[in-house]
Design a binder for this molecule. Sequence first.
Ligand code: C5P
Length: 239
Amino acid sequence: MKADKRLIVAIDVHSMDKVQQLVETLGDSVNYYKVGMELFYSVGSQVITYLRAQGKDVFLDLKLHDIPNTVGQGLATLTGLGVSMLNVHASGGPAMMKAGAEAVRKKADEMGIERPKLIAVTVLTSINSAEWSALGYDLDLSKQVVHLAKLAQQAGLDGVVASPQEAEAIRAICGDEFVIVTPGIRPSGAAINDQSRIATPAGALKNGAHQLVIGRPITAAENPRQAVQAILEEMRDKA
Ligand code: C5P
């Protein structure tokens, strides 16, 4: 089955050997990979060079969260790596998000490359309502997610990372063009691990997700390629 741009596979491993093994196993069934801090801090930018050389798109998920100038400078450097998508925490605030979006735009223009999408993390999908109250926030978790998504849109970001359960509410407020990327995807029967607000691949797309980030249900499967095929089939029904 052909690769589907809506599937982003999270490679949460620590070595280039493991990356290459996974990318070779999945072959042309996957064209889009997510590199997170676990992998990037272990092997550095060589993983991006490798994936780009294989013709793969990369979502570099480093979830930046710092003062506006620092985030802007950091994102400009990451833009130079030739990735397709980057992200920041929306809770860093509107000024930080604006500085980030501006820095990415400027760097991509200078280099004459396609501008990577910049999206915001609203609330991590591992946060459940007990964790949420432990943090001391008053506003309802799902209302906060939508509020942060709106702030991100106003700051000029392309979209958000959000739980599949909040995708519908975000889509209703932010419109169809605003990109919604959802982790926390578990095909039926798969282990939940540490995720809380989960949905199946078809359920997330039905709720309005544009792209799905899926890690362990594929990378820890006995047969990762078969796991991808099953997920792609489920997604195809929701094309
Ligand atoms: O293995 P699993 O499918 O749970 O992987 C989900 C991936 O998405 C992980 O790399 C995780 O860091 C990332 N992610 C997440 N929740 C967010 C943002 C990113 O689970 N809000």
